[in-house]
Design a protein around this ligand. Structure first.
Ligand SMILES: C[S@@+](CC[C@H](N)C(=O)[O-])C[C@H]1O[C@@H](n2cnc3c(N)ncnc32)[C@H](O)[C@@H]1O
Length: 210
């Protein structure tokens, strides 16, 4: 019997369906990304160093940030990283697992993780928040879009690609709030996404204490 390797499934899923997930362009202005990214960027000084964790093809988050900030994107999928390098040449991109990648302590002013921690196995997520905390300067900001209700499983025929699976792992919003507090963050703001309709995700904006 095959043993599930969640990271391999996520990497393969995005390598094979990168374009099905996200085109080279995106209507940012009318999206939830615009609302939440602005909630983060209004807290940052021009030129701030921002880490886009699970950056995908760089559209829309890295591209929007790169106009005013120094952006580093990390993603597991080499196809996404290749696309990001060409779509957002002003940013720096690293192909790596966010639970393993190394950055010096206090090397970023902000970390944004839009819909990417949702693919990381739950038992690795608390340590990931601790790493995000370490990478930030004191007073640095974190934004995470994470699951809202507990669920770990596989979506079959993901993005309508026959036979392709995508792995997800979500805790509930209260657990995320506890984990980020245990990592040393102070919650500044929380919300849901989509903000109308059927909210499937929790959004947390938190600050590293001193
Ligand atoms: C749903 S997409 C979101 C992409 C982008 N943040 C956005 O909102 O458009 C999830 C992304 O996270 C990446 N990802 C998932 N697990 C990862 C991990 N352990 N390390 C690095 N990237 C990961 C995937 O490759 C994928 O590009």
């Amino acid at each position: 019997m095959d043993t599930l390797d969640p990271k391999a499934m996520v990497r393969d899923g995005y390598d094979r369906a990168s374009h099905e997930y996200r085109g080279d362009d995106f209507d940012f202005a009318r999206s939830g990304y615009e609302h939440w990214l602005r909630r983060l960027t209004t807290r940052l000084a021009p030129g701030a160093r921002v880490l886009d964790l699970g950056c995908g093809n760089g559209i829309p988050v890295a591209r929007e940030l790169a106009g005013a900030f120094q952006v580093t994107g990390v993603d597991l999928s080499s196809v996404n990283i290749e696309r990001a390098r060409s779509l957002v040449p002003a940013a720096t991109f690293v192909c790596a697992d966010m639970t393993q990648v190394e950055f010096p302590q206090a090397s970023f002013d902000a970390v944004a993780a839009f819909y990417s921690i949702i693919n990381v196995p739950l038992d690795e997520q608390p340590a990931l928040f601790a790493r995000m905390h370490e990478w930030l300067v004191p007073g640095g900001w974190m934004l995470a879009v994470v699951g809202r209700d507990p669920w770990t499983g596989i979506e079959q025929d993901w993005r309508d690609v026959p036979g392709l699976g995508m792995y997800y792992s979500h805790a509930d919003a209260a657990t995320y709030k506890r984990w980020i507090a245990e990592a040393g963050f102070v919650l500044a703001e929380s919300g849901i996404e989509p903000r109308q309709g059927n909210p499937g995700y929790a959004v947390l904006i938190a600050q590293r204490g001193n």
